[in-house]
Ligand binder design. Structure first.
Ligand code: KIV
Length: 262
C-alpha cells in the first residue's frame, strides 16, 4: 500500500481499513487479516505503556515501535504518529523529527491539529514527507477539552472543523483522521474533501475507519469509548489460559510426559 494507492481508494469508493500496530507480532497478524494500513499511534502510551494519556510519549518511544512495525510489515503503509512536542515547537524540529520516522521505516507521519499545524504540513510535504492530518477530538489536547469529549457539536464548532479539514487538504495533507465528531459533520467534510477522511467515532460516511488494535481485539478494557466495537474478547481468553496454567502448575498437572524431554 502506498500513499497514492490509499488516496485512489476514495475515487474508487473502496473503504480504507486502518488499525494501530505497535509491534512485529501483531503487525504480521494484521497483515495476514488483509489489513494494509497501519498506524503506529501514540495511543501506545496508554495501551502499551500504561500511562493515563499520550502526552508523555517521546520520540524515542515512537521510533522504537515504528522500527518494530516497519520490520514486520511486508506490504502495508506504515504511518507514525508524531508525539506531543515533536512538531509543536518549530518547523525545523517538525521536519527533523518527521524525517527520523521515515528513516525508521514509516512512509508517512500523522500530526494532530488544524490551523496551528498548517505551516508544518506545508513544510513536510514540500520535502516529500506525506502527512496525515487529525482533527476533532485530538488526544494531545485533552486538557483544553477537559477530557475525551466529542467535538464539532453545534453550528460554529462544526463549521470550524469543516474549515480546518479544507485547510489541511490545501496545505498538502494526503488524508485526514476525524475523531469523535458527529456523523453528519463527518459526512459533510467527507463530501467536501477530495482527499480521504478516516473516521474514529465519526460515523459510517468517512472514506475509511481506524480503531486502536487492543480495543477491537477486546484486550484493553480500562476505558471504552462509545465508538469502540470489540470484535474479540482476547483479555477474557488470556485470563482463562493464564488461570488454567497457574492451576495446572500448582496441581502438578503441567508439565506431563508429553512436554518433557526423554
Ligand atoms: O494514537 C492513535 O492510536 C490515534 C488513532 C486512534 C487515530 O491517533
Amino acid at each position: 500500500m502506498t500513499v497514492p494507492e490509499l488516496q485512489q481508494r476514495k475515487a474508487e469508493g473502496r473503504k480504507i481499513v486502518m488499525v494501530t500496530a505497535y509491534d512485529a507480532l501483531f503487525t504480521r497478524i494484521v497483515e495476514e487479516a488483509g489489513i494494509d494500513t497501519l498506524l503506529v499511534g501514540d495511543s501506545l502510551g496508554v495501551v502499551v505503556q500504561g500511562k493515563k494519556d499520550t502526552l508523555s510519549v517521546t520520540m524515542d518511544d515512537m521510533l522504537y515501535h515504528t522500527r518494530l512495525v516497519a520490520r514486520a510489515a511486508v506490504h502495508s503503509l506504515v504511518i507514525s504518529d508524531m508525539p506531543f512536542l515533536s512538531y509543536q515547537v518549530s518547523i525545523e524540529e517538525s521536519v527533523r523529527n518527521a524525517g527520523l520516522f521515515l528513516q525508521a521505516g514509516a512512509a508517512a507521519v500523522k500530526i494532530e491539529g488544524g490551523e496551528s499545524v498548517l505551516d508544518r504540513v506545508r513544510a513536510l510535504t514540500s520535502f516529500g514527507i506525506p502527512v496525515l492530518g487529525h482533527i476533532g477530538m485530538t488526544p494531545q489536547s485533552i486538557h483544553r477539552y477537559g477530557g475525551y469529549k466529542v467535538q464539532g457539536k453545534g453550528k460554529e464548532p462544526a463549521a470550524r472543523l469543516h474549515a480546518e479539514a479544507l485547510a489541511l487538504e490545501a496545505a498538502g495533507a494526503f488524508a485526514v483522521v476525524l475523531e469523535a465528531i458527529p456523523m453528519d459533520v463527518a459526512r459533510t467534510i467527507t463530501e467536501a474533501l477530495s482527499i480521504p477522511t478516516i473516521g474514529i467515532g465519526a460515523g459510517p460516511h468517512c472514506d475509511g475507519q481506524v480503531l486502536v488494535l487492543y480495543d477491537l481485539l477486546g484486550l484493553f478494557d480500562e476505558f471504552r469509548p462509545k465508538f469502540v466495537k470489540p470484535y474479540a474478547h482476547l483479555k477474557a481468553d488470556a485470563l482463562q489460559a493464564l488461570r488454567r496454567y497457574r492451576e495446572e502448575v500448582e496441581q502438578k498437572k503441567f508439565p506431563t510426559d508429553t512436554e518433557s524431554y526423554h
